[in-house]
Design a protein around this ligand. Structure first.
Ligand code: SF4
Ligand code: SF4
Length: 638
């Protein structure tokens, strides 16, 4: 490659202006105050909501109460015993009970329910203990005060009052209560101060870092990685030492509450690979604390080989499942890609298959390392127009490497072209001028190569006129749509399922039922679904086939299980025991009676095809791209 990468346009100032603030406020309300993601799981959701609201109200109430003393300010703000005060007492009492209930639920969860993903670290126990101690001592202090002074309004603090009645029944008289009250009052203050002081050193830190992480997270589209700006001049390529992570990612490390939701969703972990996004984050946090805090930044060592094994960054398929479930928006994918960038661009210490795929892209322009002449032979066969600079078309079909070079996907590409021809779409392809979109290079950490490829394609797109780009590959689609704009490539990009759904909707593609009845199940591609929210269009196009029987997989849409091909895994040698595509195929076999798996991405198509062959079950189940299914049912031209 001789071309130099494009200069990354600097972020417009406006990004940080009004819209950013409005979005941050919305995020804060939705994810921190209402805790929508936490509530996706009922038991821990309710538990956390009780704790969050209880603690927040108690902190606020304590500040109001402290303002009555000349402690931090040279004046006091008295709070007379009026109606507002009585409501204040009632709310504080309820908040105290909420904390106790939440902490008890946490205790039951850890001691009795014990979900597999829950790990017990010392600060988990510490957090539960302190969350129980503060309100319990507080209630005793309040009850003793009630016994000693018998205020007429004590019924407004019902739980303190009930405890007072209980203590009286046990024989505690006003004089004893007065003596004991001093002890509990100061005990309550000391334990509350220990709670506050321990926030930075325990998982309680998420009280501060959680909301901060939610509102300051980068606002890139979900499918876009952060570019290395001025890559030619950049002194640092990727992250080799802990201090080289961006402040966003360092905040991530200190935000994680080790809840394990990411681990529960991670296909690599669930398939038995020695990898967990939670462990990745926790190991890096440990490294951060030991080098930046304990050693005061003086003894920084390389991450690889110390905090992490050198294989760790390669287990991730970048499927994004962890990103969708983390209640605090921790981002293991950006972390992984930063580590890969360092290994790929700085040390070169990468797995052999990764090196081969990248070399194929550098030398032959595609990760399959195939000669250009073998790209999409069906283009010539079907007499599809190849657009030349200066020419115009309605639809530019960006074929991509998979549909171009992989023999199974080529059949799907041909089907798509057939549909476009039948629907009389004015479309053309780029022929030899089409380059790899660079997605694989970027996910494997070769940002430089990606930027070169992006620049070449953007230049080509700019040399012709078209209304929209249609991509049949979820990875090309996501890259063209979400990542090319980082380099000035703003085009209207659609995935072929969006376009097909449109054709069906407009009546330009009419479909008939088939005599060969099949049961279909649609597999959501990670890069189409989780990264681009395209769930309904493929289903709409598929369900337009009359009399079609389709069943949903148990893990579908946002919770869909990865096919195992993303993040460069398509080209990696994976232990047969831990293959993600085998797991997903097993899910189809075990939970549906489907005989046809429908995909909307060539990676998924290839991975399922490979799994079906390996398991030798081609007689009972097959995989088809959605274009192939529709081609089988096309009735006539619209
Ligand atoms: S990264 Fe998020 S989902 Fe994973 S353990 Fe930490 S807080 Fe939980
Ligand atoms: S992106 Fe997918 S494979 Fe990677 S850590 Fe997250 S859940 Fe696991």
């Amino acid at each position: 490659m001789t071309t130099t990468p494009v200069e990354v346009p600097s972020k417009p100032e406006t990004q940080f202006q009004a819209s950013r603030w409005l979005l941050s406020i919305k995020d804060l309300f939705l994810h921190a105050v209402l805790q929508d993601r936490v509530l996706q799981r009922l038991y821990p959701g309710v538990m956390h909501l009780l704790l969050f609201w209880g603690v927040s109200i108690q902190i606020l109430g304590s500040i109001i109460a402290l303002l009555q003393f000349e402690l931090f300010l040279p004046f006091t703000i008295p709070f007379p015993v009026n109606t507002a005060y009585l409501w204040f007492e009632l709310i504080m009492d309820i908040a105290g009970i909420m904390i106790i209930l939440g902490a008890l639920m946490a205790l039951i969860r850890r001691l009795v329910i014990r979900p597999k993903s829950l790990v017990n670290r010392w600060d988990d126990w510490y957090a539960i203990a302190i969350l129980l101690l503060v309100p319990i001592i507080g209630f005793f202090s309040e009850a003793l005060r009630f016994i000693a002074s018998q205020p007429s309004w004590r019924f407004w603090a019902p739980f303190g009052n009930i405890l007072a009645e209980g203590l009286i029944a046990l024989g505690v008289d006003p004089i004893t209560a007065d003596a004991l009250h001093q002890f509990f009052f100061w005990g309550h203050i000391v334990v509350a101060l220990i709670f506050v002081v321990s926030i930075p050193f325990t998982k309680l830190r998420h009280l501060i870092t959680g909301p901060l992480n939610i509102v300051t997270r980068p606002l890139r589209p979900a499918g876009a990685l952060e570019p290395i700006e001025d890559i030619e001049e950049a002194e640092k390529l990727g992250v080799g030492e802990i201090n080289e992570f961006s402040s966003d990612l360092l905040l991530d490390l200190n935000t994680c509450v080790q809840c394990g939701r990411c681990e529960d969703a991670c296909p690599s972990n669930l398939s038995g690979m020695p990898y967990s996004p939670r462990e990745l984050i926790l190991n890096l946090r440990k490294e951060f604390h030991s080098t930046m805090i304990s050693a005061n930044g003086n003894e920084i060592e390389p991450i690889m080989g110390k905090a992490l094994d050198k294989e760790t960054p390669w287990y991730c398929t970048t499927c994004g499942a962890c990103l969708k479930v983390c209640p605090l928006f921790v981002n293991p994918v950006d972390t992984i890609v930063d580590l890969r960038r360092y290994l790929t661009l700085t040390t070169g210490d990468i797995p052999g298959e990764v090196g081969e795929a990248l070399m194929g892209m550098e030398r032959r322009g595609n990760p399959w390392s195939m000669p250009k002449e073998s790209h999409a032979p069906w283009v010539k066969e079907m007499e599809i127009p190849i657009i030349q600079p200066g020419e115009q078309t309605d639809v530019l079909l960006f074929i991509g490497c998979a549909f171009g070079y992989d023999s199974r996907s080529q059949q799907a590409g041909k089907s798509l072209a057939k549909i476009l021809q039948k629907a009389s779409i004015d479309f053309a392809v780029l022929g030899d001028a089409e380059g790899c979109c660079g997605e694989t290079a970027r996910r494997l950490g070769h940002e430089y190569l990606f930027q070169v490829m992006a620049e070449e394609n953007i230049e080509t797109f700019n040399s012709i006129k078209f209304n929209r780009i249609i991509s049949p590959c979820a990875h090309c689609f996501s890259t063209l749509k979400n990542e090319y704009p980082q380099f000035g490539g703003e085009f209207r990009v659609q995935h072929h399922t969006e376009f097909l759904s449109e054709l069906v909707h407009e009546g330009r593609l009419r479909l008939k039922s088939s005599e060969n009845r099949s049961v279909f199940t649609y597999h959501d591609s990670c890069y189409l679904g989780r990264y681009n929210d395209i769930y309904n269009q493929p289903r709409h196009a598929l369900n337009a086939v009359p009399d079609l029987t389709s069943v949903e997989l148990p893990r579908n849409k946002e919770n869909a299980f990865c096919c195992g091909g993303g993040g460069g895994h398509m080209w990696m040698e994976i232990d047969p025991e831990t293959r993600i595509n085998h797991r997903r195929l097993q899910e189809v076999v075990d939970s549906t009676k489907a005989d046809t798996i429908v995909t909307a991405c060539p990676y998924c198509l290839i991975m399922f095809d490979d799994a079906i062959r390996s398991k030798g079950i081609g007689e009972s189940v097959e995989v088809k791209d959605i274009s192939e299914v529709l081609t089988d049912h096309v009735y006539s031209e619209g």
